[in-house]
Ligand binder design. Structure first.
Ligand code: CU
Length: 635
């Protein structure tokens, strides 16, 4: 079956729509129309009662509790399943339209009031955005923040030929001005789960983040699914103010850990900010059922190890990539990463009360200290009437700042990575905290020998005729039309005469979660040892390596990645420790510059958003003056 036939089917069958309940026990059926756009209000971040996947008439579901590897079949017999190459094919879905509003609000998810929190439709985490494989997702984002711009980035979404929808201020658009709306529209060509978050300076740390779920097949069977859960570190002070601590070279500290927006803080009752006792995330298991649980690390600076006492987890996807299932009792999730796990309600050692802790443990990755008392953030109960706190014990696991084992992450749809189009030596980047010079007044993290520093009013995407770039934009030009591009990131490991050394170790012992926009990348190597530019490339793995959109650059080691230059656009590569990307730890990949405008179409709306932003800035010089107030990269 070729690509052409699928396009033909999609074209012919648009006349009729059928629906099926793909995944869950659903409430009463609603009758959404695929041809009429409807305003879909978001009431909570739980999955919608009655949500259903919609495909053209004649298409049928092949997905059930014991056939999760299958998804849909077309009337012509084409099957879309876990083995389908989703980079080439997607079933013809429907349009999902959502409206979200970003505003400021006093919230206290751990019992401690944070007056300057920033929320999505009034909530943190933001509401669930839900779609099915092949759908078009349309989200109208309105900014009601009193003194910030905003954008929303759809983390890990491929954005094939929709670079202008990637939501990065200063790169793919201007910030959305106060009172203005920007409409994001993109295809769900992948399936699985992720999160959306603001890319406006430190704004997601203050709360602008929520889950995004795209229903599709799974590499293991399950009975019931949960909406994705955000694991986060939570900070009471405004992140915009706390960023000064980072600039002063001290990693800021989190106050508590939250699971799905719930947590605890050890509060001094004389503090007027203490307004509650906090809460635990809790769910009830029915014995014997298999639960599909979707985990997201949506932290600012915290690596998490997720576990459920006395329950083995079967891991079935890493980021948007379905993998061969494997079992573990402790799951390492770096910032920005996601995993899907299947957990059978069948404890290996039952407790007498049927209560079990969910733990979100943070190893010290030199990213700042934490309130270590509150690693227990959730509860699994077998009897919902039993409200006692669990007395279960944690599995014995090592708490290191490492990714899940390389050998465990085997993609179902394989890639064989070909030789690089580019010169690997010339694309080996020593990252670090540059102690030899100051940029915009401070010592900063960088990838190139220059921290990123964007101009909100002049995004890269509106400069595609440029032949030279302001060095502060950190543009790396990759003009390849086939094969693979390799990049090697090293830290304090490469060149003894590198200017960043100057006799001072600059890695600070930190492990960095490296995120690439617009692509999944293959991990050719991930190593804790010094990079040897002569011999290390011979050890790269090209045979279906782990593939995802965030991977750790190990402290004092290296990370070698390869991606397909198949998506013309301007794409960030950055550290997902929010303080580091704000400091400048980022670069922009300019991919197939001459083809970008043709690929993404009209930039009228992008220009309009810039006009609205510039008008707001000039009308509010005491609220935001970029010449005075910009102290970060902008992302
Ligand atoms: Cu970093």
């Amino acid at each position: 079956m070729g690509i052409l036939r699928h396009h033909l089917e999609a074209f012919i069958l648009l006349s009729g729509i059928s629906s099926f309940t793909s995944a869950r026990t659903l409430g009463p059926r609603v009758s959404p129309s695929a041809t009429t756009l409807q305003k879909t209000p978001l009431y909570s971040h739980q999955a919608y009662p009655g949500f259903q996947c919609l495909y053209p008439s004649g298409w049928t579901s092949c997905n059930g509790a014991d056939s999760r590897d299958c998804w849909v079949k077309s009337p012509y017999g084409t099957q879309y399943d876990i083995n389908t190459d989703y980079e080439a094919l997607a079933p013809p879905g429907t349009t999902r339209e959502y409206f979200i509003e970003i505003s400021e609000k006093d919230i206290s998810p751990d019992g401690y009031s944070k007056p300057l929190a920033k929320v999505t439709n009034g909530s943190y985490p933001g509401p669930l955005i839900e779609a099915c494989w092949g759908d078009e997702i349309v989200v109208h984002v309105t900014n009601q923040l009193p003194d910030n711009g905003t954008t929303i980035h759809w983390h890990g979404i491929r954005q094939l030929h929709t670079n202008k929808m990637d939501g990065v201020n200063g790169v793919t658009q201007c910030p959305i001005a106060q009172g203005s709306t920007f409409t994001y529209s993109f295809k769900a060509l992948q399936y699985g789960h992720t999160w959306y978050h603001s890319h406006y300076s430190q704004q997601y740390t203050d709360g602008v983040a929520g889950p995004l779920l795209i229903h599709g097949p799974s590499s293991a069977d399950w009975d019931e699914e949960w909406a994705p859960i955000l694991m986060t570190d939570w900070i009471h002070e405004s992140a915009f103010e706390l960023f000064q601590t980072e600039l002063d070279a001290m990693p800021p500290t989190a106050d508590s850990f939250l699971l799905d927006g719930q947590g605890h803080y050890t509060c001094d009752s004389s503090d007027t900010h203490c307004v509650g006792t906090g809460s635990y995330f809790n769910r009830t298991f029915v014995a014997g059922r298999r639960y599909l649980i979707r985990i997201i690390n949506a932290s600012t600076a915290t690596h998490f190890i997720f576990s459920i006492d006395n329950h083995v987890m079967q891991v079935i996807s890493a980021d948007f990539v379905p993998i061969q299932p494997y079992n573990t009792t402790a799951l390492a999730v770096a910032i920005g990463q996601r995993y899907s796990i299947v957990v059978e309600a069948n404890p290996d050692t039952p407790t007498s009360d049927g209560n079990y802790w969910i733990r979100t443990v943070s190893p010290v990755c030199s990213n700042g200290a934490h309130d270590t008392a509150n690693y227990t953030t959730g509860i699994i109960r077998y009897d919902s009437n039993n409200t006692a706190l669990p007395s279960s014990s944690a599995y014995d696991f090592v708490t290191t700042c490492a990714d899940e084992p390389y050998a465990s992450l085997i993609p179902i749809v394989p890639w064989t990575v070909g030789q690089p189009q580019n010169n690997v030596t010339n694309n080996t980047y020593e990252v670090g905290l540059d102690l030899t010079q100051k940029f915009h007044g401070y010592t900063r993290w960088d990838i190139l020998n220059q921290p990123l520093w964007l101009n909100f009013s002049n995004p890269t995407i509106l400069n595609l005729d440029n032949t030279t770039w302001n060095p502060e934009y950190c543009v790396v030009d990759y003009d390849y039309t086939q094969g693979f591009v390799y990049m090697v990131l090293t830290i304090s490991a490469l060149y003894p005469d590198h200017p960043k050394y100057a006799g001072i170790v600059n890695s600070m012992g930190v492990t960095h979660p490296i995120h690439l926009h617009g692509h999944d990348f293959a991990i050719l190597a991930q190593n804790t040892t010094t990079y040897d530019p002569v011999n290390a490339p011979a050890t790269f793995n090209f045979n279906n390596p782990p593939r995802r959109d965030v991977a750790l650059l190990p402290s004092n080691g290296y990370l070698a990645i390869a991606f397909k230059p198949d998506n013309p656009g301007v794409w960030l590569l950055h550290c997902h420790i929010a303080w580091h990307s704000s400091s400048g730890f980022a670069l922009q990949i300019l991919e197939r510059q001459q083809e970008i405008v043709t690929s993404i179409g009209s930039l009228d709306e992008t220009r309009n958003t810039c006009t609205e932003w510039d008008n707001w800035v000039s009308a509010n010089p005491t609220v935001y003056n970029p010449l005075v107030d910009q102290n970060d990269s902008g992302i």
